[in-house]
Design a protein around this ligand. Structure first.
Ligand code: 4NP
Length: 156
């Protein structure tokens, strides 16, 4: 099974949204038995918490369910995942500093063909509804590109 992990700061807004969107993109392609998903945060502020209620509400309107509870990303996770997708540059830097096996560490939006290389998913936590919608739009673009890359690289 190919395994992917989405990573943001708190693991309650952006990375659960990335995971939920990816699950739907994978299910729509009938590849749920071939590609597994998870998410984590670089910070521990919200460990054990369910995804933010605002993220859940906006996702539900698109038929996307946000799974899991917040956990902190561990160095050992690099050996457990084929793709580790950071939501922004700050989290990409923090993941790089952890060391370990990182061949497949990148920004999620580097897979979004229509966006400039180096694009980030902005943190919606302190903002309003539009920020949560933007997170969903960007995750959708990133996840579609990511699925295409996984299919190419793993002959799926
Ligand atoms: P996330 O959003 O990294 O997308 O889960 C945040 C959630 C919580 C905080 C910051 C960002 N916080 O500072 O508590």
């Amino acid at each position: 099974m190919v395994r992917v992990c989405f990573v943001c700061l708190g693991n309650i807004c952006r990375s659960p949204t990335g995971e939920g969107v990816m699950k739907k993109v994978i299910a729509d392609a009938a590849l749920s038995s071939a590609i597994g998903t998870d998410s984590a945060g670089t910070a521990a502020y919200h460990v054990g918490d369910r995804p933010d209620a605002r993220s859940q509400r906006h996702a539900a309107r698109r038929g996307v369910t946000l799974p899991g509870r917040s956990r902190q990303f561990q160095k050992s996770d690099f050996t457990k995942f084929d793709y580790v997708l950071a939501m922004d540059e700050e989290n990409l830097r923090n993941l790089s500093k952890l060391g370990g096996k990182q061949e497949h560490l990148s920004l999620l939006l580097d897979y979004a063909d229509a966006l400039p290389v180096g694009s980030s998913v902005p943190d919606p936590y302190y903002g309003g509804d539009a920020g949560f919608e933007e997170v969903l739009d960007l995750c959708q673009q990133g996840c579609e590109g990511l699925l295409a890359a996984i299919r190419r690289e793993h002959s799926l």
